[in-house]
Structure formats: C-alpha cells, structure tokens
Write a protein that binds this ligand. Structure first.
Ligand code: FMN
Length: 175
C-alpha cells in the first residue's frame, strides 16, 4: 500500500488502448467496496467509455480537457437525501477508484465537478447532469479519468512530505 501511495500521481496523458471489460469491472467493484457512513452508500456511478460523451464531458469546466483522451471516465454521483455526509462518502469512493487504477497499472486523475463552473451561467454539475441525463436531485462530485498512462511522473519523496502539518499530542507541538 505505501509503495502504491508513493507511486500514485495524477496522470493526464493516456494511450489510445481501451480497457477490457474485466478491468472495468474490477474498478467498479473497488468503488462499490468503499466504506460509507452507517453503510448508507449514497453514491451512484456513471461509467463512460463512449468517445463522444467523453469529449463532451471534457468541456465540463477548465482543467478537464484531457478527459477526451481517456479510455474511461467514471462520474461520481451522490444522493444527499440518503446521507448527510454524502460528500465524504462519494469522495472516499472516488479516492479508492483512483488508487485501484494505480494498482492495476492504469493512470487516473480526479476532475472536480462539485462547486465548479462550466460557464458563467451554468455550473459544471448542471453541465454534466444535462449531458448524461442525471436527475437534479443527484449531486455530481467528480469524474475520475482513467487510461493506460502515456506520461511518467516521478514518485513522491519523503523530503517533500508536509511533516510540519503533523502535531504531537497537542496542536503546535512538534511531531
Ligand atoms: C479534490 C480534488 C480535486 C481535483 N481537481 C482536479 C481537476 O479538476 N483537474 C485536474 O487536472 N486535477 C485535479 N486534481 C488533481 C490534483 O491537481 C493533484 O492530485 C495534485 O496536484 C497533486 O498531484 P499528484 O496527484 O500527482 O500527487 C484534483 C485532486 C483532488 C484531490
């Protein structure tokens, strides 16, 4: 696990290779295995592998353009009526997807949708809801783009970890 955490980077360049259905299934299983508050599982997922739909989603906001070249985008939704901590639950599922992708030799990146704008008059959430036909009551948290990596990023190093943000027994006391 630690090795995976050091190696995991946000990958935004992908090969054109498609994912086989077994690999997609493993990713979905991983997301569905995520913990959630009181086991309420308020999430829903839209798995997108259609190139045209991926291209449309790539315009959901600035900083999402690379989604058009991904093999897959998994849209993370949550139902606020099912849990008061839907943001946490959905974010944990998204993180587990991101890490599972790494464990399968895939590259992936979190694309933030919640609280972001598509245009001055449309939120990124409304845009994604419109493109995918998602009902208004379901919140769009993020999209995880996934594909075989076509870029290399060096792993994280101990030297740049933010140990200054860690406190011992009392806030402000050095760890
Ligand atoms: C909540 C969250 C939102 C993010 N939103 C975006 C995004 O919209 N577009 C993007 O390219 N990267 C996004 N990222 C990826 C971060 O930019 C990236 O994790 C960070 O720069 C650290 O780099 P690393 O993942 O390679 O360690 C997001 C990451 C998180 C956790």
């Amino acid at each position: 696990m630690l090795n995976l955490l050091y190696k995991r980077r946000s990958i935004r360049k992908y090969k054109t290779t498609k994912l086989d259905s077994g690999t997609v299934q493993l990713l979905i299983k991983a997301a569905l295995l995520s913990p959630s508050s009181r086991g309420f599982q308020p999430w829903q997922f839209v798995v997108v592998d259609d190139i045209e739909v991926l291209s449309l989603l790539a315009s959901s906001k600035k900083g999402a353009g690379f989604l058009k070249d991904a093999a897959l985008g998994i849209v993370i939704l949550a139902d606020p009526t099912k849990s008061d901590v839907w943001v946490e639950d959905a974010s944990i599922a998204a993180t587990i997807l991101h890490l599972t992708a790494e464990s399968l030799g895939l590259g992936s990146c979190w694309i933030q949708i919640r609280e972001r704008q598509a245009t001055e008059t449309e939120t990124a959430e409304q845009y994604v809801q419109r493109i995918l036909g998602i009902p208004e009551n379901l919140k769009v948290v993020s999209i995880i783009s996934i594909g075989y990596p076509d870029e290399f990023k060096p792993p994280h190093l101990d030297g740049v970890l933010g140990f200054d943000k860690v406190h011992m027994n009392k806030y402000g006391a050095k760890y």
